[in-house]
Design a binder for this molecule. Structure first.
Ligand SMILES: *Cc1c(COP(=O)(O)O)cnc(C)c1O
Length: 401
């Protein structure tokens, strides 16, 4: 990380008008994909969840490494196509597909997972002549896990057909419904819970089923001592999956540790015996951590202006605040750090998943540059936004009267 930060500084980043940068380590991401691949049966389609990290160049690197992509919206299907993903490796999941989107997906030939039985009727009416394969999402009702807001598999969920729905068996007998889909969640879920969800839905398969899509999963440690289950441990708990194409949709596991953000400290202020350092990223990038600090957090490290760890002993209590005009925009309360000075850098770890894709437009601050790391190479994955980009974003577009 130190080398990457120094190289980015030499390339002109982290200067006066470019005070924050986000890095994504593509080599590490590929290594994690390989690890997942080795744990699952050969021929498994690893369709990486786009919503975890939608940068087209990140998606392209995954596709080039042989992965597929899982789209949570029609727009994400378009991102997958833009990244060069063959339609047969795109999985389209969304609980809100319109008829027009379903028709377009069937024309494109991507795999569709219907979320509910009404969507299945729409697909039935539109599917003639399509090469798409069709699956049905089932909610295995294994409980919410530790984090209620990201739960998708409780007794009642907005996703999927409940396991106990009396109309489910008839839908699964339709000859053109050849896939089953389940997704339980990742952070806050135990492996036992993920595996139980898979087992319940696997038990529903009928002889004409050709695809089994077991969704995402696998939490990652955001701090010391947090659970860090491996793909091998997960795979060991799963059924043998004979005679079907297996699909996975990992997101967080592949991306989270590959991303880190660096911001210059703009100001240091004192309030009584507490010191406050103000950064250039905060709740805009880390929406969940700021709004639900009891459930989401990121490790912070203090670096000097050249990007070297600041060695001085921790002294004093610090509040590390983001740049937004919102009182809750605080990344850490009461942390012990060496003395922080303006111009120092703060490193924020494990921001590779569900951060940029949750970017908040509060205060209309520009998204920092995103730099890809590939071995020793640095490559711009997304340029930093400019104030003009924000004027366009909030403007009337071409429809201006
Ligand atoms: C979000 C999501 C995923 C990815 O989940 P992770 O927790 O990032 O592994 C996979 N499948 C579906 C249907 C999703 O909604």
């Amino acid at each position: 990380m130190e080398h990457a930060i120094q190289a980015a500084r030499r390339a002109g980043h982290l200067g006066e008008d470019d005070p924050a940068v986000i890095f994504h380590d593509l080599a590490q991401m590929r290594a994690r994909l390989e690890r997942v691949r080795a744990a699952f049966p050969p021929g498994t389609l690893h369709a990486v969840a786009i919503k975890a990290n939608p940068l087209v160049e990140v998606l392209r690197a995954l596709v080039d490494a042989g992965a597929g992509l899982e789209a949570a919206s029609w727009e994400e299907v378009r991102l997958a196509l833009a990244a060069g993903c063959p339609p047969a490796r795109i999985v389209y999941d969304s609980p809100a597909k319109t008829r027009a989107e379903i028709a377009a997906a069937l024309r494109a030939g991507v795999h569709l997972n219907a979320d509910n039985l009404v969507e299945l009727e729409r697909i039935a009416a539109l599917r003639a002549g399509s090469s798409s394969t069709i699956g049905l999402r089932v909610n295995p009702q294994v409980g919410a896990g530790r984090i209620g807001l990201t739960s998708v598999a409780d007794k009642v969920s907005k996703f999927g057909v409940p396991l106990d729905d009396p109309d489910l068996p008839a839908a699964l007998r339709l000859p053109w419904v050849t896939g089953l889909h389940v997704h339980v969640g990742s952070q806050g879920c135990t492996l036992a819970q993920l595996a139980e969800g898979v087992r319940r839905v696997w038990a529903l398969r009928t002889p004409h089923m050709t695809t089994f899509d077991l969704g995402g999963g696998l939490p990652v440690p955001y701090g010391p001592g947090e659970p860090a289950p491996t793909p091998e441990e997960y795979a060991a708990l799963l059924p043998a999956f004979a005679d079907v194409r297996v699909v996975t949709e990992f997101g967080r596991f592949l991306h989270a540790p590959c991303g880190f953000a660096v911001s210059r400290v703009e100001y240091v202020k004192r309030a009584g015996d507490v010191s406050i350092a103000v950064l250039h990223v905060g709740g805009d990038l880390l929406v969940r951590a700021v709004l639900r600090p009891d459930e989401w957090h990121h490790r912070l490290e203090l670096l000097d202006p050249e990007g070297r760890p600041k060695a001085a002993a921790a002294s004093g209590r610090w509040i590390i605040a983001g740049p937004l005009c919102f009182g809750g925009d605080v990344l850490a309360r009461d942390v012990a750090l060496p003395p922080v000075e303006p111009g120092d850098l703060v490193l924020i770890r494990d921001v590779g998943a569900y951060t940029l894709s949750y970017w908040s437009r509060s205060c209309s601050r520009a998204i920092p540059a995103v730099i890809g790391l590939d071995g020793g190479d640095l490559r711009l994955l997304r340029p930093r936004e400019r104030p003009d980009d924000l004027v366009t974003f909030w403007g009337p577009g071409a429809s201006r009267p």
